[in-house]
Design a protein around this ligand. Structure first.
Ligand SMILES: *Cc1c(COP(=O)(O)O)cnc(C)c1O
Length: 349
């Protein structure tokens, strides 16, 4: 095996969806967020596993991603597009029965003119200042838009991963204020919002990262493991250095393994001299710089030279590795390399 092996546990994704579905208050629908190629893990396989687990509604960032979900699932499941109705997307939205979450007066006008009667939802800005109608705008146009019968009113929390952050309650109050009394289905919570409790759940929750084994859903099942093959090993004498910029120097006679993955495979350069790889339960420090296609690892203490080392697995989660790199699990997942051999685990197979 010349490249790393990325194992993606579809049963774990399904189990995480069911667990988040149970956490959502009763009568609340649980959707699944599968933007960015299902957080880097592969849209087609992931959405099929989620549909089998019971998910009936999917959220993507862009219409093209919605097309991939429709192709994988066929007619039936509802596919919502968070970027709304962008210029040039009309045909795809119509033909593939996508539901745009409209973000601005411009998008609302475009949608109602181009596809009258075609289902849409609305995103409302409750304080994140990223997408959606502002409270003042909404107040001005709500009577007119409500006549066109939006199927969902939604907003997004900026700080849901920090339960005590005052933004959570502040945004909740704004959302209640903007949507109360409309009688329309409402959605407010992603993974973090689900964990904030039932006041945040409304009619539909939208978990993403929790499905894929990431924080803040700490009790979720791990989904990915990644094993990197050793290309070559060498003995390095005290005073010799390893890799670009001679960024690591041996203090004792050392055995250094060169492994087949680098920053082009989504291993951030900030892991240079700052991460562990694992031979079973034995940690082995990454030494020197992360190169484009390689990393170097000190395996001096191993009794035998293994064929591969794990960089994600039972001893190091996506979030552990993200911490070492100074980033977040979301980013590590979505930049996972295209060169890895991907193995999907399903139903014990
Ligand atoms: C990405 C996203 C989600 C999912 O968020 P997670 O934190 O991954 O659960 C939900 N809603 C919107 C609007 C998003 O952009």
């Amino acid at each position: 095996m010349a490249t790393g092996t990325l194992n993606i546990d579809l049963d774990a994704i399904a189990a995480n969806w069911r667990a988040l579905d149970r956490l959502s208050a009763s009568g609340v629908q649980t959707a699944a967020v599968v933007k960015a190629d299902a957080y880097g893990l592969g849209t087609t396989r992931v959405v099929r596993a989620l549909a089998q687990a019971g998910a009936r509604r999917f959220f993507v960032a862009a219409a093209e991603e919605g097309a991939a979900v429709r192709q994988a699932l066929g007619p039936g499941p509802q596919i919502s597009v968070l970027s709304g109705h962008m210029a040039g997307d009309t045909e795809m939205i119509h033909d593939l029965e996508l539901t745009p979450m409209l973000n601005s007066l411009e998008q609302i006008t475009r949608h109602l003119e181009a596809l009258p009667g075609h289902p849409f939802g609305l995103q409302l800005d409750t304080g994140m200042n990223r997408l959606g109608l502002e409270p003042m705008e909404w107040e001005a146009v709500a009577p007119y838009i409500l006549e066109a019968d939006p199927e969902l009113l939604m907003s997004h929390l900026a700080c849901a991963d920090e339960p005590d952050h005052p933004m959570n309650e502040a945004q909740l109050a704004v959302f209640e204020d903007m949507t109360g009394g409309t009688g329309l289905p409402r959605s407010f919570a992603a993974t973090g919002g689900i964990l904030l409790g039932p006041r945040y759940h409304f009619d539909l929750t939208r978990p993403g990262i929790g499905l894929y084994g990431g924080r803040p859903f700490e009790t979720g099942n791990p989904v990915v493991s990644l094993s990197l093959p050793i290309i070559q090993t060498r003995e390095v004498a005290p005073g010799e250095t390893v890799g670009y910029s001679a960024a690591w120097e041996a203090e004792a006679p050392s055995v250094i393994a060169t492994l087949a993955a680098g920053y082009a495979d989504g291993l951030p350069r900030t892991l240079s001299n700052a991460a562990m790889l694992w031979d079973g339960a034995t940690p082995c420090p990454l030494v020197g710089r992360v190169s484009m296609d390689m990393v170097t690892v000190d395996i001096s203490h191993l009794p035998e030279i293994p064929r591969a080392l794990d960089i994600l697995g039972p001893h190091q989660s996506v979030d552990d590795l993200a911490d070492a790199a100074g980033t977040i699990g979301y980013e590590l997942l979505t930049v996972l390399g295209r060169r890895y051999t991907r193995r999907y685990l399903e139903h014990g197979a």
